[in-house]
Design a protein around this ligand. Structure first.
Ligand code: SF4
Length: 436
């Protein structure tokens, strides 16, 4: 694909009101009849919650539309007015969605609205609803907060690239997401409207930077959500990256399998598997998200040989409960996703209502470790403000040292001792007597 063709595959951009128009150039490369036929060949599983929601709010919409990710994007809930057709909004929520308020647009796919509905659409404490419906708390900025707490713009050598760690870069490919999370770390940039020209320039400059920087062996494509782009756009980026000899692995960061599982089509996975080694980090928040549709999407990705890991933000009133987190982490393994990171909520402006004390994450890890498979225990990390990077936090299991003996507390709180051999070249260990 040459550059002129690539221009046709611009990712969609906000404002959401003209989404169909924004998507039009990208969609024109598809044969609609072939696309519909592909949808029919791969029926999606239908969770009970989805079925009930569809019957009530989208009667008469055929499976061929509901299971088509383009239909899901076109029919998103984008305003207080559209959301109020499916849920009772509080005055506070309505105010937060008034024109001119807030930093991050509102968008919820019909599919994800159905998942939210299963947990009680009219309950403002519904954990999934809290993740997608704004409140005026987002408008309050606390002293420790900032629009870019991780200083990504500072570590950006060219637009769209964040180069913080020695051997890897973050490539922000698009500012578009199918569903906007109210706690988004990149609320300063997602859902905004860069011009098409600037976007093309930003891709080419980013690819040139990676090609000219031999220490970059790992590229993480993120955004926004890169899987909201058409197949051909993703293929273009993957092919360009694969042509760079020092790029050993490519990762995709996405929430699409959770909020828009219809996007994970057989055609997409066939294309992705041509670019191994390719890894995927899937953003999951709550066990209620693990629906039959999401499981099928993850199964397709795993069958394509893509190792799947999860990323979860610890959120007050959403998942800051050891039982909820245990259910999520075990459930992820059954979806063939290895729990990878549990993040302390970043100090992003307007997110104080979601932030928990650090001890909450430590308690959760303590409640998981030993009580379930090690595979189900993620790394709990704080992404340090100012660009310090992801830093792990663990419960204290090593309680101290007694001579050449270490004292540990196990997951049940029982103390155990183990001999600690000296470092090479250090003084000989104290004799423990004749072992013969
Ligand atoms: S999917 Fe990711 S980038 Fe998009 S709004 Fe959610 S957290 Fe932000």
């Amino acid at each position: 694909m040459n550059e002129t063709q690539a221009r046709d595959f611009e990712p969609p951009s906000e404002p959401p009101s003209n989404l169909a128009e924004a998507m039009a150039p990208a969609l024109s490369v598809f044969n609609p009849a072939a696309r519909l036929a592909a949808v029919r060949r791969s029926p999606q599983p239908q969770g009970e919650a989805c079925r009930a929601f569809r019957e009530r709010h989208f009667p008469g919409v055929p499976d061929s539309s509901w299971n088509d990710w383009h239909w899901q994007l076109k029919n998103r809930f984008l305003s207080a007015e559209s959301l109020s057709r499916i849920m009772t909004l509080s005055e506070d929520e309505r105010l937060a969605m008034s024109p001119g308020f807030g930093r991050l647009p509102v968008a919820v796919t019909p599919y994800y609205a159905a998942v939210v509905a299963a947990a009680g659409l009219d309950d403002p404490a519904n954990p999934l609803r809290r993740c997608v419906v704004p409140t005026t708390s987002e408008l309050t900025m606390h002293a420790n907060e900032s629009a870019d707490p991780l200083a990504e713009e500072h570590d950006s050598p060219v637009p769209g690239i964040v180069h913080r760690y020695p051997d890897r870069v973050l490539f922000l490919t698009t500012d578009f997401c199918s569903t906007y999370c109210r706690y988004c770390t990149r609320s300063r940039r997602v859902g905004k409207t860069p011009t098409a020209t600037a976007k093309r320039k930003h891709w080419e400059a980013a690819l040139e930077y990676i090609a000219a920087t031999p220490q970059v062996r790992d590229v993480l494509l993120s955004g926004g959500d890169p899987l909201t782009m058409p197949d051909a756009a993703i293929e273009y980026l993957l092919a360009r990256l694969r042509a760079i000899p020092h790029v050993e692995m490519i990762r995709l960061g996405t929430k699409v399998p959770v909020v828009l599982p219809q996007r994970i089509t057989p055609a997409l996975t066939r294309m992705l598997k041509r670019f191994h080694p390719l890894f995927m980090s899937i953003h999951c928040t709550h066990p209620a998200e693990l629906t039959p549709e999401m499981r099928q999407a993850c199964g397709r990705l795993a069958d394509a040989g893509i190792p799947l890991g999860s990323q979860t933000v610890l959120l007050a009133g959403v998942n800051n409960d050891p039982a909820v987190m245990l259910s999520l982490m075990r459930g992820l393994l059954t979806c063939r996703i290895r729990p990878y990171y549990l993040y302390q909520c970043d100090e992003v402006a307007g997110m104080a209502h979601f932030r928990t004390p650090l001890s909450s994450g430590v308690e959760i890890i303590h409640a998981l470790r030993g009580y379930t498979s090690g595979y189900a225990v993620p790394h709990f990390v704080v992404d340090l403000p100012g660009g310090g990077g992801k830093t792990p936090v663990l419960p204290e299991y090593l309680k101290g040292k007694d001579g050449d003996t270490l004292v540990f507390e196990n997951y049940q709180g029982r103390l155990f001792r183990t001999y600690d051999p000296p470092a090479p070249g250090a003084a000989a260990p104290v004799s423990h007597g004749d072992l013969q």
